[in-house]
Design a protein around this ligand. Sequence first.
Ligand SMILES: Cc1cc2nc3c(=O)[nH]c(=O)nc-3n(C[C@H](O)[C@H](O)[C@H](O)COP(=O)(O)O)c2cc1C
Length: 319
Amino acid sequence: MLPAPLQKNLTLPVIAAPMFLVSGTKLVTACCQSGVIGTFPALNARSSEQLDEWITQIKSELSDTSTAFGVNLVVHRSNERLASDLEVIKSHKVPLVITSLGADPAVIETVHSYGGKVFHDVVNLRFAKKAAQSGVDGLIAVCAGGGGHAGTSSPFALIAEIREFFDGTLLLAGAISSGRDIAAARALGADAAYMGTRFIATAEANVSDDYKTMIEQSGSADVVYTPKISGVPASFLSKSLDQHGVDLATHQPPTKLDFGAELSAEDKQSVDHSGPKPWKDLWSAGQGAGAIKSSPSVSSLIAELTFDYNAAIESLSNR
Ligand SMILES: Cc1cc2nc3c(=O)[nH]c(=O)nc-3n(C[C@H](O)[C@H](O)[C@H](O)COP(=O)(O)O)c2cc1C
């Protein structure tokens, strides 16, 4: 089950996943006003001061009928903003904090001190056990076919393995694009679906129309999973690599990966080649792109997902 504060006004068991450069205040507020939880990476704001402004703006646009929102924190020594961003999060009592890389008990304690909840994303059983021991409220199983730094596990395998030792909130991520997919995630034992790529192709996503069109026109086979672009394995649209003449056979991966810098302001980027930049020029998406044919507004998307989710559950229970 999702923790009670996160269930408020939720009409569909979905969290719109945080995405570097893609998720801004517009996407978050549209999600929260449409009945799903909206989130964004803290590092999408250019500074802790701007993070403060963004959260103030999001809170001012949400009403009694909105859902809770969340902020994603990269918990890694390379993230120089971690302490100041966490202060901002604490001062605003952000309801949900999604941690990546490190499940740090000190971060968890800070968020718990004001009544917030912490979910941590994991790609395998080892990290899931570590995070559970640290006291997180929820785990996000990022499985094969996902966008960004996805995992390689089958959702059938990883969800079952995590459920053996963890009875907290469990979310499933990786190529979830339709209402039927959300129903399938619930059938597997997840409490909610964690969807990234589907929300890139929406009116409110902070990306170019060309990126959205490329997702609409890509199939699952047009997604490559490679460490050669960002330094660790991640999913990218092969058409985007082609557009910039990137040949994976000869492309040199970055020699140094600094998650905090990689995910922060462009000028701090440590990726040491001068060509097209991962995320900004070389676009990421998961295999769920294959099921995406349009880029509607978030409210239309949620209405469609809700209809299809309910229809899928009904048709299965009638069988
Ligand atoms: C363009 C893009 C950027 C992403 N950036 C982040 C990020 O900054 N932090 C993070 O925790 N996950 C990030 N992710 C991963 C998503 O939060 C989520 O785990 C993933 O998109 C789920 O798979 P799906 O895209 O198949 O739905 C990103 C994914 C994409 C596609």
